[in-house]
Design a protein around this ligand. Sequence first.
Ligand code: 6PG
Length: 242
Amino acid sequence: MAERQHVAVLPDSAALAAAVADHVVALVRATLAQRDLAHVALAGGSTPRAINALLVAEPRRSSVEWGRVVFWFGDERCVPPSDPDSNYKMNRETLLDRLGIDGGCVHRMRGEDDPGAAAADYDAVLHLQLGERPRLDLVLLGMGPEGHTASLFPGTVGAIDRERRCIAHYVPQLGKWRITLTPHAINDARNVAITAGGAEKADALRAVLDGPKQPDLYPAQLVHPRAGDLRWFVDAQAAAKL
Ligand code: 6PG
């Protein structure tokens, strides 16, 4: 039995989004109380939409100095930033544009470029901006119905270079390339928040949290910040089998 991590179970999707939005606000405010900038990696997929909608509205909007936040990404699809599948496009439209954030403090994974080159470039920018051991202040993640997180999919994590912070790899399940932060980068973060909502996540959530350690099968099990805080935010449907 895996040790039980800090798992907040919320009654429904609206409460889940509110809990994550409040966690983001609290962490960014605490970070900015100690340092000039807060470095936050945004998640992809669909769950962030409801969270972002709460962050751009009052009272949360004006409770954070968003101009002191540097935005990164946990992963990206290998598509142009204008593509409907782009995690950047989703976060640009639902969060960054609505907060009036310009390109200056947004580090986009260049999904339109050669995947390997784009990942190497991102790896370099992480080191350039955050030093030899880049530590993000907050990494926001989701979890797929089969236990993937970021673009760390089952069967794809064994070959990841443990020194790299960002890599690109072909994901056979999708038949597509993805760019993703590595477990090394995620686990160096000061805070990680993983959100999983909906009945379709229940089996994987049980396997990840309570099942045997099988990170190649359930890559979300790779998320264990070395010197940071990990919080899971799940709704009752996703938690139904815990
Ligand atoms: C992506 C995400 C991915 C996502 C999960 C959950 O690029 O798709 O980074 O890891 O967080 O698949 O997606 P939903 O929020 O849509 O359930």
